[in-house]
Design a protein around this ligand. Sequence first.
Ligand code: NOJ
Ligand code: MG
Length: 545
Amino acid sequence: MGDADWWRRGVIYQIYPRSFMDSDGDGVGDLPGILARLDHLTWLGVDAIWLSPVHPSPMDDFGYDVSDYTGVDPVFGTLDDLDRLVAEAHRRGLRVLLDWVPNHTSDQHPWFRASSSSRDDPRRDWYVWRDPGPDGGPPSNWLRYVGDSAWRWHEPTGQFYYRVFLDSQPDLNWRNPEVQEAMFDTLRFWLARGIDGFRIDALVVLVEDDRLRDNPPNPSYRPGEDFPYMRELSVWNVDRPETRELAARMRKVVDEFGDDRVLLAELGVPLEQTMAYYGGDGGGIQVPFNFELLTAAWDARGIAGYVDRYLAALPAGAWPNWVLGNHDSPRVASRLGPAQARVAAVLLLTLPGTPILYQGEELGLGDVPIPPSAAIDPIAQLVPGRGRDPERTPMPWDAGPGGGFTTGRPWLPVGEENLSLNAAAQRDDPASMLTLHRRLLQLRRQTPALVTGAYQPVEADGDVLAYLRTTPGGDRWLVALNLGPSPARLALPGPAAAGRVELSTQPGRDGEPVAGSLDLRGDEAVVVSPTGHADAAQEPDTRPG
Ligand code: NOJ
Ligand code: MG
């Protein structure tokens, strides 16, 4: 695998800049803060960082409402700070990806200010403006993310504008070639500055049906359980053919700068639709996010079945990926509990494909409860119970005041429980979640089978999920995960799978010989190296790096 494949081998770490590290005491994380903590990331052993948006923004959606695509918001620092971060990251062998938000801008972006100023403004057509429908109401029945009409009435110019997210996040009109070129140029701006790629925000909602056809109702909608917009089948305003074509053009722009730049994309559509974004002949998005593990029932048979379906659905040459958490989803340790979060880490880092790790997952952080009265995320008001503050709280670096995150008052609380999981406390503890992550990342680096090896499911029952990762040379690494609390026994798939325990999520098993069958403790995941493997049973190197 050449350099162009770094993202296939590599592990991508998502940084939520507001909450990673604050360098100036204003309680909000920033770019110099990230720079100051780069050693954590290289010591941990990840390959790339993806930064949630750092551009100028009124912060209605904490940066996902961009008012200047080629700048840096003062709360995060300056363009120089970003250049410095990229240079320092590259010096350490870390790639840097930015978040690119093409579907909508902030309503404070000069483009929308112009577009909304008058119907005759040259930028009017840069956003999606429509007259009312025949009944004087919205022009179609489309719903926005939080469940009401996606059309927002604009009194001063007497038309509706379309917006999938907040009122202050109007959708761009991607049918307009000027919009396409202006937005592609924002990619070029960053690529020319050495950015290694992008995570594309909300890609599937880019283009809407030009005839504004109404969506049909969703017969399997579960009120209270599903997001309110799901009461409709969003067939006419989500994942349109034009959006897939534009994804391929985004890829072409990125390819102008060499073959080692990468596009990740947030989709959130079913499997078959996700696959379409890889594009014909691999000319689309290299990493269309696979969100299954964010919501999947924690059930061994269900997950094993999904892995099979997912891998089978990949088009030729496409590379898989796995996401366990992000800034929009409850944290994995809160969803599964601390013991199964360790099992999940082994799963994420040994399944075939690029793992995407969300900041704090390596510490086992949980959601910090935020009472409704203290909620900051606007979604908390719009869809009660769905606020995203709990998974966005600051990183606890040490046990000091502000968790070593800030000398000021953190914008969201660090949280008592998360404080006790601080990085300093875990760093030299061989049993910690942090050490587990570091060992897994080291193991991946030393073990081609775990990165590029073929995937072969192993027959198991009950709560056990097991698979082999094999190389053409005949190496067979076994991964066995117990997704339940009771001990379980796995029959090994033939004598060639014998070996020894290379790593367990629980203490005291390293180096244990394995033959015939493997006994798993409750909530335990184990990686078994093949007999004769040279690096087997090494002690982890937990020295400060
Ligand atoms: C997805 C982002 O991850 C989320 O945080 C944001 O609110 C929406 N897209 C809108 O940009
Ligand atoms: Mg759109």
